[in-house]
Design a protein around this ligand. Structure first.
Ligand code: GLU
Length: 564
């Protein structure tokens, strides 16, 4: 039996959409399950829309999710492993570096009369299309170029005349066998002699993908259902080129719960809504001009770039839906949680838990050991964000505190400079048990410790908490706060343990009880009545800051009382 070889072939025109991440995950899992190889190929023949930065972002997202590729662009992970490389000499893995190879195979087709150069200008083709539309006919290329004798066609091409190369499609129907959807047959009336090399000399996606899958030894192709329409053309090309046909499986699309397709457009929609809700007429950020802003706002189909959208939303305090893998990383999801959730979008392990319920929670090792074509569904999958968040909350709570602290620190090093400037890794370890408890994703940690990230004179006091804890009952709370200041001043060293001991000693000796002592301090230093345990809350602030906050709180409440 030949070795299983699968591949993931992203176009580096933007970030890695979660649908793409799912495709990568399934191809990876299938290769692992069968002890085969997983290839990563960068489909960058659309030079205008592709970028190296996008390629790097995609590699980073894949590596983050625990997807390691055996062959492909080299990449060093954070923990120092090198992924990719070219052990079988089938690279390079960027299509833009394979042009000579494509031309070699293209030439074989042209010489055999199975593909041909065509010289119509884009304007001429457009005129023919308009004619067809006016006559209410479907438009197909009319093969006019085939009227030019073959030696002449080839001579004109070789002389450098501007041309495209078209595939000469066969006259008989083509049946694609799909492991998920069954046999799909397309008749010749639906074929057009499609372009396989563009005017700029670059092959189209169809040609490059067929040559590469063959030369890279790909045996199984799992991809989104949106590609099914292309597959008969690929099979025709494989036959013309004398290549075998890999086993195909087309996976269901991913939809939003409201039934719309989950796409990058959703971010644009959300940003437009936020801008409208805020009643903004002028752009709130510098990166977009007033005219462009107005045109964008008016036109449903007009879209802004991801960075501008994030800036816009950020300036309005609005959140955009997470769509790309990087969005989920930034939102603080753990790689295993996202991988598990994505695997369930379209794949069913068809296994029961001990209690008879369907198995839903599993890790990537399980997927790599059990993934099969048979479990892939035919119908669209719904992206249920509530379920993802529930998975995430469970996974965060199941983390060991030390592991949480490390993950939190690693996350903040990338996404929250203010947090790592304020807290050392050791601080974060100390806070971890209390913070973890209140987190559904790693990002939530910030709000738990937000009180420590603002200046002593910038704490906003929650009026309800102030009233309940300090003012109600003849301002006993406020008095308690004033009375305990010297006790706090005398704590040395100012560690969580010493703070806890001193505060509970004070609660006992005054007969007030812990709540009546701890809550006034908490409100004074955090502005609210919830925070991590008091020892940690105070220790993380440091004595000077705690005293300054207590003084400011006392002054502010007394000033308020004087006004009434
Ligand atoms: N570059 C294509 C895409 O990103 C790959 C399609 C395929 O898997 O053949 O959609």
């Amino acid at each position: 039996m030949t070795e299983v070889v699968t591949r993931f072939a992203p176009s580096p025109t933007g970030r890695l959409h979660v649908g793409g991440a799912r495709t990568a995950l399934f191809n990876w899992a299938f290769a692992r399950r069968h002890g085969g190889k997983f290839v990563l190929r960068i489909e960058d023949t659309d030079r205008r829309r592709s970028s190296d930065a996008a390629t790097r972002g995609i590699l980073r997202s894949l590596a983050w999710m625990g997807i390691d590729w055996d062959q492909g662009p080299e990449f060093t992970t954070d923990d120092g492993r090198t992924l990719g490389g070219d052990p079988n000499s089938v690279g390079p893995f960027e299509q833009s570096k394979r042009i000579d190879l494509y031309n070699e195979h293209m030439r074989r087709l042209i010489d055999a009369g199975l593909a041909y150069p065509a010289f119509e200008t884009p304007e001429e083709l457009e005129a023919k299309r308009q004619e067809a539309i006016a006559a209410k006919r479907g438009y197909q290329y009319d093969r006019a170029a085939l009227g030019i004798p073959m030696p002449e066609r080839i001579a004109r091409m070789e002389a450098g005349e501007s041309h495209v190369v078209r595939m000469r499609m066969p006259e008989e129907p083509i049946t694609v066998h799909d492991e998920v959807l069954g046999d799909v047959t397309v008749g010749p009336e639906e074929f057009d002699d499609f372009i396989i090399r563009k005017r700029d000399g670059f092959p189209t996606y169809h040609f490059a993908v067929v040559v590469d899958d063959a030369l890279m030894g790909v045996t199984h192709v799992l991809r989104g259902q949106e590609h099914l329409i292309n597959t008969p053309r690929h099979v025709a090309l494989q036959r013309a080129l004398g290549f075998g046909t890999p086993t195909y499986g087309h996976m269901p699309l991913i939809f939003n719960p409201d039934g719309s397709k989950m796409s990058k457009r959703d971010k644009d929609k959300a940003a437009k809504k936020a801008v409208r809700d805020a009643g903004l007429q002028e752009p709130p950020v510098g990166s977009i001009g007033a005219d462009e802003f107005a045109a964008w706002l008016k036109d449903k189909t007009r879209q802004l770039g991801t960075d501008t959208l994030s800036e816009l939303a950020g300036s309005l305090g609005a959140e955009l839906p997470e769509i790309d893998t990087e969005d989920f990383i930034e939102a603080g999801y753990l790689p295993g949680t996202l991988a598990n959730f994505l695997a369930l979008l379209g794949w069913n392990p068809k296994t029961k838990n001990d209690d008879g319920t369907d198995l839903e929670r599993f890790d990537t090792d399980y997927l790599a050991g059990n993934f099969d074509f048979a479990g892939i569904g035919k119908t669209p999958s719904k992206f249920d964000r509530t379920k993802l968040l529930a998975f995430s909350a469970d996974d965060v709570q199941a983390m060991d505190d030390g592991v949480f602290a490390e993950a939190w620190h690693a996350w903040a090093s990338v996404f929250d400079a203010a947090l790592t400037e304020r807290f050392s890794a050791a601080d974060m370890r100390m806070l971890a048990p209390a913070v973890k408890q209140r987190c559904k994703t790693i990002r939530d940690g910030r709000s738990v410790v937000g009180f420590a990230l603002v200046g002593d004179d910038a704490i906003a006091f929650d009026p309800k908490a102030v009233h309940k804890v300090l003012i109600k009952g003849e301002r006993k709370g406020l008095q308690a706060l004033k009375d305990l200041r010297p006790m706090i001043e005398s704590i040395d060293p100012f560690t969580p343990e010493q703070v806890e001991a001193a505060v509970s000693g004070h609660a006992e000796s005054t007969g007030l009880g812990m709540g009546k002592v701890a809550q006034p301090i908490r409100v004074a230093v955090t502005g609210t009545s919830v925070s991590p345990p008091l020892g940690q809350t105070l220790a993380i602030l440091g004595k000077d800051s705690v005293l300054a906050r207590i003084d400011r709180c006392v002054a502010s409440v007394e000033a308020q009382a004087a006004e009434v």
